[in-house]
Design a protein around this ligand. Structure first.
Ligand code: ATP
Length: 461
């Protein structure tokens, strides 16, 4: 099976305006990327597809959108201040820093030989800043390292304002920041990224069952949007790999690195689905406590609300258990791009085609005039484009800057499911040709029938 490597994707992304190096104009800023015109559409479509399946197509979900800047106390009682760190090592020769669990002992040092590494020490990944005009220790705040904490601390607000009962979930999409020691592999590991997270609150005792259901639900979301099953794996973490607060975690792995000889190393995490028990609500509830890995307990002396739910069946206040499916928007976007990328031989030519699911495709329809200097053809083509974009709501483009063959290839390369061609026959019978990206087959369709025809094919009927 043919698989694409990252270099090809990076070059396509830059050339066609999916993704650029962050701060490119000034030489870049490591670990940041800017989404260009097509990347913005694609990423928005990924988020929309998630929101639609996870929130709108269920009855048990609410949405939330929390601030990125967070009171220091949130990250103190969540345990992040104490423990959100990666092991860092320095090379005594070249002075570079690495993540201890990621550096290859055999890697060459630029000063010669292999690296001469120090013992690992913890490096906290949170970005710290100060809030307000006075910069001192009393005004420290953090950029959130995950969207999850905002959900936990708003549990009571959401409960009180919606009258939800267990089980129910809260979904959030938003930016998160981690000062990764070594950002690398394009948008796989960056310092500013986006997450799509759910905290699903359940009664203790039903948590194992809900965990299993969420693992399947999330795995199927990727498959439903076109990821090939052979490139996606469920990896239940072994006991010794689990975070101390997790009862179980299953990672969903995508084959981001097909070029690696060791098959197991080809797959890496796109999402984690964890059973976090009542750990987080216990940390943040009034009178609760943070229990650290080494057994130390930090009593919560600041929280204002009890984060409990009143169970009318048993007449008891209980702390719900939490199942957390936590996905990276950027990693998911990369997985969809990689999985969609195909090169195929068409006559003497190599055709690059992104077989993106229509729901994810950045542009749904391209309208192409067969003659760019014929007023009649051009004006119909522009009208059709406007109708599809404004009335039907599909991102559409008009392009007349090359011959038709080249225009088709351009759209194939960015995954546009349909190209419409306006030609001389259009002037006579008000039909256009519709070319399918995947089969390259063409049919003639009346302009008046386009909205329905395309809606059926795009799955938005
Ligand atoms: P890793 O082990 O790769 O550092 P993690 O286990 O720390 O990741 P989580 O804290 O579980 O990651 O975050 C949930 C999801 O957020 C990940 O599955 C991933 O998709 C995304 N994510 C986390 N860190 C980054 C990052 N630095 N860049 C891009 N996406 C990230």
């Amino acid at each position: 099976m043919s698989m694409v490597d990252l270099d090809k994707i990076i070059s396509l992304c830059k050339r066609r305006g999916f993704i650029f190096q962050g701060s490119d104009q000034y030489g870049g800023l490591q670990g940041t990327w800017d989404y260009g015109p097509l990347g913005t559409e694609l990423k928005n479509n990924v988020k929309r597809a998630w929101w639609r399946r996870m929130v709108y197509e269920r009855d048990d979900m609410e949405g939330l959108d929390c601030a990125i800047l967070m009171n220091r106390l949130v990250l103190k009682y969540s345990g992040h201040e104490e423990t959100f760190s990666d092991p860092m090592v320095d090379c005594r020769k070249c002075k570079r820093r690495f993540r201890a669990d990621q550096i290859d002992a055999a890697e060459k040092c630029q000063e010669g030989g292999t690296h001469d590494l120090t013992e690992p020490r913890p490096f906290n990944l949170m970005f710290k800043t100060t809030v307000g005009p006075v910069a001192d220790d009393n005004n420290i705040a953090y950029l959130r390292p995950e969207t999850a904490q905002g959900i936990f601390i708003n549990f009571k607000n959401v409960l009180d304002s919606t009258n939800r009962k267990l089980p129910f979930g809260i979904a959030q999409i938003g930016k998160a920041y981690r000062n990764e020691i070594t950002p690398k592999n394009f948008i796989f590991r960056v310092r500013e990224f986006e997450q799509m997270e759910i905290e699903f609150f359940v009664k203790p005792g039903t948590d194992d069952d809900w965990h299993a259901r969420w693992v399947d639900e999330r795995y199927n979301w990727y498959i439903g949007l076109g990821i090939r099953p052979e490139n996606l794996r469920k990896y239940p973490q072994k006991k010794e790999e689990l975070a101390h607060y997790a009862k179980a975690t299953t990672d969903i792995l995508y084959r981001f690195f097909p070029e690696r000889p060791d098959e197991n190393r080809q797959y890496d995490e796109v999402e984690g689905v964890a059973n976090r028990t009542d750990f987080d609500l216990t940390c943040h509830t009034k009178g609760g406590k943070l229990v650290l890995k080494d057994g130390r307990e930090i009593p919560n002396e600041h929280a204002v609300n009890r984060l409990t739910w009143f169970d009318h069946e048993t007449n008891q206040h209980l702390l719900p258990y939490v199942i957390e499916p936590s996905a990276g928007v950027d990693r998911a976007t990369l997985a969809f791009l990689m999985d969609a990328y195909h090169e195929e031989q068409v006559k003497d030519d190599t055709r690059v085609v992104l077989r993106l699911h229509p729901e994810l495709a950045p542009i749904k329809v391209a309208v192409l005039p067969l003659k760019k200097n014929h007023d009649g053809i051009v004006s119909i083509a522009k009208e059709v484009k406007n109708m599809l974009q404004k009335k039907c709501g599909w991102r559409s483009v008009y392009d007349d800057t090359a011959g038709i063959g080249k225009l088709y290839r351009r759209q194939d390369e960015v995954g546009t499911p349909f190209c419409l061609t306006v030609d001389f026959q259009t002037l006579e019978d008000k039909t256009v040709t519709v070319r399918d990206r995947d089969t390259m087959a063409q049919v003639r369709i009346a302009i008046a029938d386009l909205p329905q025809y395309l809606a059926d094919k795009l799955g938005t009927a």
